[in-house]
Unconditional design. Structure first.
Length: 445
């Protein structure tokens, strides 16, 4: 989970570990496994995670989320579980795995109780997390094609982050000694953000600790990674040393100085690195929710960005080959706003506004644009606000304002729509005294 950090005077330390790649022989492969810097399936097919985090342990009744996340294009879901030390215990692991498999997504399972250990007094240790996995072994055995075990979420805080190396080494070895053959994922210290570079500078030690050479490292990118330079430098060091890495959590730039999500998405795609955004819904900070109230028909600006934007999930995710080419066995409910169908052959569009969230002085709006009876190559939506509201930031559209009117035009990747097809853009706005819904008109080219 997101942890704001204020980092003062962090010195960059050059990585001194020697380069050593482990490629597991094909005949020894059991399910998902590491090959060099890549994650591959048992058949050797490369698999790149494209998905989101789902806070299951706090919302166990939201089982429809698995189908909804898949319907938006994800090939992976990272599921929050509890060991019982702080949350849970999660005893429904078999059902969670079944939900992932039914919806043809790889399941990354993580124990969240370890978050901030050493700084957070109630946190569980990595050793305690391993005890939980051992207690759930009957549900996990035989699922190596479908399940990645993320031993513990953000397992060390900012107090004595150096303890992470020994604790992580011991946890990996205890997992293997107890017969687990799954791909293991380990999170960085410093609440997952590794700003003291403990994971970066000890990565080879951790990989060497795994007798099966089947561990992937996970970095969580929030406010520490607020520039392109900080992101690319970190990723460059792992790539140069041949260390497998995924971005196990990240958010978006909702305030100045926050995470540079555009660079994360672009660099992950260019390098073939998996990413898992935080989080689907129910987050304590609603600005990081992708879907309002777990409703896939109410995607937030962040949700629209990660699912539908450039280098996002829909554009880049490829389903694991273990599931074949058939569509999911479950189809989530889709909330579709009413549209008026223009005469055949006419280039037209409609636009429907929804209020995604509101707070004192600010709000978030989403607009769904739907093509008429013929394909269109571009669209322009005019929003006329009744109470003098202003648009301060927009996503998936280029917005200009004049008085109480805002004009939104498509960007390069979402202007062309087939007949009846839809796209969505979002924006943040300001208000004072009233926040009535705008009047919308849509013009197509």
């Amino acid at each position: 989970m997101k942890r704001q950090l204020t980092v003062l005077g962090v010195a960059l330390v050059a990585a001194a570990a020697s380069v050593l790649m482990f490629v597991r022989p094909a005949d020894a492969a059991v399910g998902l496994h590491v090959s060099g810097t890549n994650i591959v399936e048992a058949n050797g097919q490369r698999f790149v995670m494209r998905g989101v985090n789902h806070p299951h342990v706090w919302f166990t009744g939201q089982t429809s989320s698995f189908a909804n996340i898949k319907a938006l294009g994800a090939n992976t879901v990272r599921v929050v579980l509890g060991s019982g030390k702080r949350w849970g215990p999660s005893t429904d692991v078999a059902n969670v795995i079944s939900l992932c498999k039914q919806n043809r997504m790889i399941c990354v399972l993580e124990v969240h109780d370890t978050t901030g250990y050493g700084e957070e007094g109630a946190a569980a240790s990595l050793d305690e997390a391993v005890d939980y996995w051992i207690s759930q072994k009957s549900a996990l055995a035989g699922q190596e094609n479908y399940v990645v075990i993320n031993i513990g979420n953000e397992p060390i805080g900012n107090t004595n982050a150096a303890q992470w190396t020994a604790a992580t080494t011991a946890a990996i070895q205890k997992m293997r000694a107890n017969g687990f053959e799954h791909l293991l994922m380990v999170d960085a210290p410093n609440w997952g953000q590794d700003w003291q570079y403990v994971m970066r500078d000890n990565a080879q030690t951790i990989l060497d600790a795994d007798s099966q050479h089947n561990t992937v490292l996970s970095i969580h990118m929030y406010a520490v990674f607020n520039t392109a330079a900080s992101i690319t430098d970190y990723l460059d060091r792992f790539q140069a040393n041949g260390w497998p890495l995924v971005v196990g959590e990240f958010g978006w730039r909702f305030n100045s100085g926050e995470v540079d999500h555009d660079t994360i998405l672009a660099e992950a795609q260019a390098r073939g690195i998996g990413y898992l955004g935080w989080s689907w819904s129910g987050n304590s900070d609603p600005i990081l929710d992708m879907a309002t109230n777990f409703d896939p028909g109410q995607l937030t600006t962040w949700g629209q960005r990660i699912f539908n934007g450039a280098d996002g999930i829909k554009a880049t995710a490829k389903q694991a080959t273990i599931f074949g080419d058939a569509p999911p066995t479950t189809t989530p409910p889709v909330t579709t706003p009413p549209v008026t169908t223009p005469p055949p052959g006419a280039k037209a569009c409609t636009a429907v506004y929804s209020l995604a969230g509101q707070w004192p002085g600010g709000f978030q709006g989403d607009v769904r644009v739907t093509a008429g009876g013929s394909a269109i190559s571009g669209w322009t939506v005019t929003l006329t606000f009744p109470n003098g509201q202003g648009v301060t930031q927009a996503w998936n559209a280029t917005v200009t304002t004049s008085g109480a009117t805002a004009t939104a035009r498509n960007v390069g990747y979402n202007g062309a729509l087939g007949a009846g097809a839809s796209t969505t853009f979002g924006f943040l706005g300001s208000w004072n005294g009233g926040n009535g819904a705008p009047t919308l008109t849509c013009a197509a080219t």
